[in-house]
Design a protein around this ligand. Structure first.
Ligand code: TXA
Ligand code: MG
Length: 322
């Protein structure tokens, strides 16, 4: 299949909506990462998402809406807390887990009784969903296990010829996936992101728990996606907390091609092939570049600010797990 490259023009967005409504898969930009969209009314397209990505069948998808009226297809239980959260954070990088509507296909939720919903703030995502007039289910538009795509080029690296089209909306501004918050019981963050626990607690005036730190591959999981290795480049990722530790590692392992991702100033005398900045905007792009360059090892040198960034640290930790 030829993957059509679409622009963000109105006519191209209409073409993408037509493809989606006829059961095709289209990748589109959101403020977090690119999504691989299918219409919620096309169960075969939703099944195809799993095949195309190589995604585990037990890992449910997020439904993306452009308007709160579309929630009625997804859930019939919108609590006061949900309204407060949506007032504060929709549209934006927060995904809320609701009890699922009884008529909603289990294909969307991998058989769970809940449905994850998000309203992207990206104008192209918004226009596309509005043109389809129904929610779009969309995981990140990468092959499972690979870093999420933050440009249309990244999408094509993984999915060219496997999907009908990609809309090129440039680089995503957030750069890591949305915060996933389950409010079907006591609120709990299932995946940290740019919207923090503290910001959510401030809005709902209720303590919020977090699953981070409690990942166990054997245990039953509330958010199935969290148990899989994610965001991983080809080379091993070694995380270090101080410059002397990095120097020691470099001496021990004189790799021909190394990439150091850090915000610290490094001495030019260090035997490092590539140095890249450490931000959520370009972490995944750096991982993909490391793959293209064929580096043997990636070092991530943290500083105290980065260590406070729960969402980014979660991605770094997952990428460094083997
Ligand atoms: O920023 C984002 O959320 C991006 C963009 C495209 O919107 N999407 C994204 O989708 O990251 P995906 O499929 O790569 O990750 C969805 C995460 C997975 O960890 C999945 O297990 C979890 O959300 N999830 C989905 N539905 C759930 C549910 N009903 N209950 C608990 N976790 C759920
Ligand atoms: Mg993903």
């Amino acid at each position: 299949m030829k993957t059509i490259r679409l622009s963000t023009s109105n006519s191209d967005i209409q073409q993408a909506a037509k493809l989606l409504c006829s059961g095709e898969l289209v990748a589109f930009p959101t403020e977090t990462v690119y999504g691989l969209g299918a219409s919620i009314l096309q169960p075969q397209a939703i099944t195809a998402i799993y095949t195309v990505k190589g995604r585990a069948k037990d890992n449910p998808l997020i439904a993306h809406i452009s308007d709160r009226s579309q929630l009625s297809l997804l859930t019939d239980e919108v609590s006061d807390m949900a309204h407060i959260l949506m007032d504060a954070f929709f549209p934006g990088p927060l995904t809320i887990v609701f009890p699922k509507h009884p008529t909603l296909s289990p294909v969307v939720t991998s058989g769970l009784e809940t449905i994850a919903v998000r309203m992207p703030s990206h104008p192209v995502a918004h226009a596309l969903i509005a043109a389809c007039r129904v929610p779009l289910v969309a995981p990140s538009a990468n092959l499972s296990g690979h870093p999420s795509p933050t440009t249309a080029q990244h999408v094509l690296q993984d999915l060219d010829t496997r999907i009908a089209a990609v809309i090129d909306g440039g680089t995503c501004t957030v750069g890591i996936e949305s915060t996933v918050l389950d409010i079907t019981q006591n609120p709990i963050i299932l995946r940290p992101g740019i919207i923090t626990k503290e910001e959510i607690e401030h809005v709902i005036k209720t303590p919020v728990a977090s699953i981070v730190g409690a990942i166990d591959t054997e245990a039953p999981v509330a958010s199935p996606g969290m148990k899989y290795r994610h965001y991983a480049p080809n080379a091993p990722v070694v995380v270090l907390k101080s410059l002397p530790l990095l120097e020691e590692e470099l001496q021990k392992n004189p790799y021909k091609q190394s990439m150091v991702i850090t915000n610290q100033q490094l001495s030019p005398s260090l035997p490092v092939s590539f140095v890249r900045p450490l931000t959520e905007y370009d972490l995944y792009a750096n991982f993909r570049e490391a793959n293209t360059l064929g580096v043997d090892r990636i070092y991530i040198l943290l500083d105290s600010d980065i260590q406070k960034h729960v969402g980014l640290m979660n991605r770094i930790e997952k990428a460094s797990q083997t």
